[in-house]
Write a protein that binds this ligand. Structure first.
Ligand SMILES: CC(C)(COP(=O)(O)OP(=O)(O)OC[C@H]1O[C@@H](n2cnc3c(N)ncnc32)[C@H](O)[C@@H]1OP(=O)(O)O)[C@@H](O)C(=O)NCCC(=O)NCCS
Length: 149
């Protein structure tokens, strides 16, 4: 895989529909902490707020001229939380690990005041766990839950 072909570009208003398609992907909803299906109306309101929020930065992962994933930063002070996904048709090809590495570099270039990156991952999401671990993140937290039947 050539890294020249694989790059992040800043999202524009034209990305509203591709992000809507990706956000309701079955695995994306399963792995999200709020798993409800998102309506287009909700998405439009969310997108408009997000794209105009200086504390958020949305990028699209491009393989040459083809969009294959997304990563979004939500910044608070010197910390940034990372939300990301890879298009279903190209999962399992290594792009998840690549996108985490690329966003680490991008933050150093564009947001040098950010000192800590955070990824919140469900225990069942082994692929995402591996993407963070291979990019030298450390596991700092585990949450245990008991649900009454
Ligand atoms: C998580 C996600 C981004 C990973 O992207 P990907 O391109 O499929 O991941 P990669 O191909 O880079 O694989 C990363 C590692 O996970 C492993 N892996 C991939 N799919 C896996 C699966 N279904 N189960 C277990 N391991 C898996 C790979 O073998 C690789 O491990 P290795 O490098 O140690 O061999 C992608 O599955 C996705 O978009 N999921 C839905 C959204 C999501 O979960 N986002 C993250 C929220 S925290």
């Amino acid at each position: 895989m050539s890294n020249d072909m694989l790059h992040l570009r800043k999202a524009t208003p034209f990305d509203i529909d591709i992000l809507f398609r990706w956000v309701n992907d079955k695995k994306v909803r399963q792995n999200a902490f709020d798993s409800h299906t998102i309506t287009y109306e909700e998405h439009v309101v969310w997108f408009d707020r997000m794209i105009n929020d200086t504390n958020q930065a949305q990028y699209i992962l491009m393989l040459s001229d083809k969009p294959i994933g997304q990563v979004r930063l939500t910044m608070k002070g010197t910390e940034a939380e990372i939300d990301y996904s890879i298009s279903k048709s190209v999962r399992g090809c290594g792009y998840g690990g690549e996108i985490v590495g690329l966003i680490k570099e991008k933050i150093q270039e564009e947001y040098p005041f950010i000192r800590k990156l955070i990824g919140r991952v469900k225990s069942s999401n082994i692929a995402s766990y591996r993407c963070f671990m291979k990019n030298n993140f450390e596991e700092t937290y585990r949450q245990f839950e008991y649900v009454y039947k």
